[in-house]
Design a protein around this ligand. Sequence first.
Ligand SMILES: NC(=O)CC[C@H](N)C(=O)O
Length: 306
Amino acid sequence: MQDLLNEIAEAMAAETERGKVADYIPELAHVDPKQFAISLATVKGERYSAGCATTPFSIQSISKVFTLTIALGKMGDALWSNVGREPSGDPFNSIVQLEHEGGKPRNPFINAGAIAVVDAIMMGHEPKETLAELLSFVRYIADDESICFDHVVAASEMAHRDRNASLAHFMKAFGRLRHDVDKILGTYFHQCAIAMSCEQLAHAGLFLASDGVNQPSNIRVVSPQRARRINSLMMMCGHYDASGEFAFRVGLPGKSGVGGGILAIAPGQGSIAVWSPGLDDYGNSLLGTKALEMFVQRTGWSVFGH
Ligand SMILES: NC(=O)CC[C@H](N)C(=O)O
């Protein structure tokens, strides 16, 4: 397995077409597009990495998996009255469906859906309290107390919030959000600005690969049914309007972020984190996807088999 990851890292280092780093969040525009990392944490407790796998990056929308997990823990199926479970077929920051569908976002992974999830988990609390809860959850599942928010990235998103603010105000106009829009957005941007390395992220995703049980502590995080459902949402919606393409090429539940990271889950096998900051036209990591495609071709770990 270590040889395979080394091979993938070498192949990615040789790529010349690396995509485009997100620049609509100015702080992310500074990131060096030449970086690449891959980490695998297996359900048996093995760890493999190649590339700069201990370098922290902005996990951005990958964090939506963690807030969804918290929201389902707090309110269970009641969450689905305000957030759908269907792929959107539209870009992550699109507003068009919201008007037709009464302000109810299609799924928890597009921005509108993730903002609604944040509103749901706030439950009358101040952003600070919600963020403390989120951070301790992420530190727990990653088994790493050093994980932090990148406040500079969060501030950069807040300063350029017009698009996400439009989504939030629009949903609020339909009576879908309970809290003050700026407080929801401040919380959402900090969530997106969590900085993690591939090693930490692969570890954090492990509970989804092992029927909801955290490894190596063996403590249950969610029920097997909930792990299965989160994985199915990642498969159908985790790459926005390129989710079909990701399923076709990789065939694993996956969640991308505009920081260039992807968390992919191979149920029963392990959790894989990749990072390459350059994005494709859909806002998903160009080489991250390529690396995962190579990984499943060699391991046969796609949920659809070889
Ligand atoms: N796809 C993403 O990673 C988007 C997250 C980013 N924080 C945003 O709200 O635009």
